[in-house]
Design a protein around this ligand. Structure first.
Ligand code: FAD
Length: 280
């Protein structure tokens, strides 16, 4: 089942070798015809130039690209400059996030930030640039780890939409029911923008566990046990991960998900393999 709307996420490479490798990755994934590529933005603007350079390179190759932009720890003046720079390059799509402060910054720093939540960033972008940008925001079917309750979290999500978001991309998850329930709860609050599931291919057990602990994604017990049972057998992990994630994508698309957003971690193989399964 081919999704008609899908996007692909990269992070900005830090080394010349990484830049070269990403060019090759991108060329392979571009053949699938994604709607756009998105490029992450490091906490506190740490990858600001790398994000812009990667986005401009993608646009130069003739593809649509969206920089991510996070606000925690950044000033209004700094964000205004970034928005103006993006506009001057003809960038019209953004993924707007609160971001997380790098470890070492305390709760005090977060509290004194000019922006505290993503809805404030969306509001600011609309105030500064009107309807210039198509704005995507983050959504958390299994609840953002810092939220007080799922109800609170979905209300905060709705506030981002009211502030002017056009669409949302979710955190990755492996429970399709959590996604459908989140979409339903959002709709009850009047949200009617597309909520695109974020898809994380499974290729490495320890890395998956580490990421998932950080971002609050649950790895269902049966998946965890199976992955653990493969030990160092990378081939079995990849094959099982491909089955699990392809089935998840099918379930989501059959249930009405408006598209898919692939977290590639700059590696093409797993996304290509899922895509091939979905389309044959
Ligand atoms: P928010 O929507 O602001 O929510 C953060 C927390 O605050 C939630 O618990 C929410 O319930 C709560 N909250 C919101 N509003 C209020 C309020 N008014 N009062 C009280 N509580 C409130 N991070 C990066 O640094 N760079 C990236 O490029 C990046 N890309 C991402 C892409 C996607 C698709 C997703 C889903 C996440 C991405 N992240 C990125 C991670 C993201 O920055 C973190 O998950 C961050 O902790 C939350 O960002 P948010 O925009 O969802 O925050």
């Amino acid at each position: 089942m081919k999704p008609h709307n899908f996007s692909i996420e990269f992070f900005p490479p830090k080394t010349p070798e990484g830049v070269e490798k990403l060019r090759i990755t991108r060329a392979r994934l571009a053949e699938l015809g994604p709607k756009y590529f998105s490029v992450t933005f490091g906490a506190g603007g740490s990858t600001q130039q790398g994000t812009l350079d990667t986005v401009l390179e993608i646009m130069g190759e003739g593809h649509a690209a969206a920089p991510h932009l996070s606000c925690l720890g950044s000033s209004r003046a700094a964000l205004r400059d970034i928005l103006n720079e993006y506009k001057s390059h003809g960038i019209t799509r953004l993924v707007a996030l609160r971001g997380d402060l790098p470890s070492g910054y305390g709760a005090m720093d977060a509290a004194s930030s000019e922006f505290r939540y993503a809805n404030e960033l969306v509001e600011f972008i609309r105030q500064e640039t009107g309807e210039w940008f198509h704005i995507e925001v983050g959504a958390y079917p299994e609840m953002h780890p810092q939220a007080k309750s799922p109800q609170d979290d979905v209300r905060h999500f709705a506030a981002k939409v009211q502030a002017g978001a056009n669409a949302a991309i979710t955190q990755y998850f492996y429970n399709a029911d959590a996604y459908f329930s989140f979409v339903e709860d959002s709709q009850k609050l009047g949200v009617n923008i597309p909520i695109v599931p974020g898809i994380m291919p499974i290729t490495n057990y320890s890395q998956l566990m580490r990421f998932s602990d950080m971002c609050g994604t649950e790895i269902p017990r049966w998946i965890r046990l199976k992955l653990a049972s493969y030990g160092d057998d990378a081939e079995s992990i990849r094959a099982f991960g491909l089955d699990v994630v392809t089935q998840l994508c099918e379930q989501l698309l059959e249930g009405g998900a408006p598209g898919l957003h692939f977290y590639t971690l700059n590696q093409p193989a797993a996304t290509l393999a899922i895509w091939q399964r979905l389309t044959t």
